[in-house]
Design a protein around this ligand. Sequence first.
Ligand code: F42
Length: 334
Amino acid sequence: MRFGIEFVPDTAFWQTVGHGILSEKYGFDFVWITDHFNNRNVYVILSLIANYTDRVYLGPGVTNPYLTHPAFIASSIASLDRVSGGRAVVGLGAGDRVTLGYLGVERKKPLRAIRECVEILRAFFRGERVSYQGEIFNVQSASISYKPLRKIPIYIGAQGPKMLALAAEIGDGILINASHPIDFRFAMEHIKKGLERAGKRKEDIDIAAYTSFSVDENPEKARKAAIPVVAFIAAGSPKIVLERHDIPEEAAESIREALKAGKFKEAFSQVTDDMIEAFTIYGTPEDCVRKVEELIDIGITQLVVGSPIGKRKRKAMKLISEHVIPKLKEEFRG
Ligand code: F42
């Protein structure tokens, strides 16, 4: 069992970098930094964290090939691998449709784009001169003048059935943006299909629960801290996810409208208990351990604790380090 942590670099540089450095001290194995063009740049943050850590793996969680060409992802990751002494990992996904929409970037054929991007990345990482004529990307006799220090694991962000299967087929790992057992049972069905297609075993890939996590000794504080994040998740969830959790589409739509209008208080006040249960792991450290155990039984091999983590991030990280990671490591050795 591995432990990762996600940070959204939307505050001062040194805050995210400080949290990244602390993650290593607190026993996390992976630091994932989200990638949105309107936040602090993901590779600047990752390089700074690399400079002050020795052990933790570092990667964008996730970048996308629409805004950043695969060649540029390859050179950024190879550079990160070198400055970190061999600790870079790639998190790759189709990209957030809303954020890409601000720039008029259309997410055309996402399955094809991800498959091609992975093939191009691997060729660059091997240090080859790359010629690749795909449906989406066309690379002609291009090379990068340095290689990463080691084979770079590629993780793919996935929630939909086809993307989950593709991620299992071609990825070294999968980052599943969900927190509830129902979603992971659904995911495992499709992951199995992808593994079969590739003749791979479950042990060949790292299946990560990229969760919304909120921990506090006082469960009510943990619950409250989760509400703003849950509002955004509910508003952004596709119909099939809402149906899976019996959340009325109109309820999510109403939150979406309020958020769009900048009426945050109104949006947060519409978050229901059902939404909080569906979209976050929250509570005391013991509550959180119990919920994660269920996900491990379903088949996850990495827990990523994501926003909000807790009302106060550092305090929550300490709680996870002292009461969640050791307990789960003891129960699930290896
Ligand atoms: N997105 C960001 O922009 N930044 C982040 O930091 C970020 C972090 C992140 C972490 C974990 C994670 O799981 C996702 C994360 N995302 C982030 C979101 C990510 O970029 C993707 O938007 C998300 O993972 C994609 O979700 P999805 O698995 O539902 O895939 C989408 C594309 C989808 O619709 N999938 C369908 C499916 O069944 O899986 C398939 C769609 C399909 O069939 N498309 C056809 C095709 O050929 O590709 C045709 C469509 C066409 O073009 O007409």
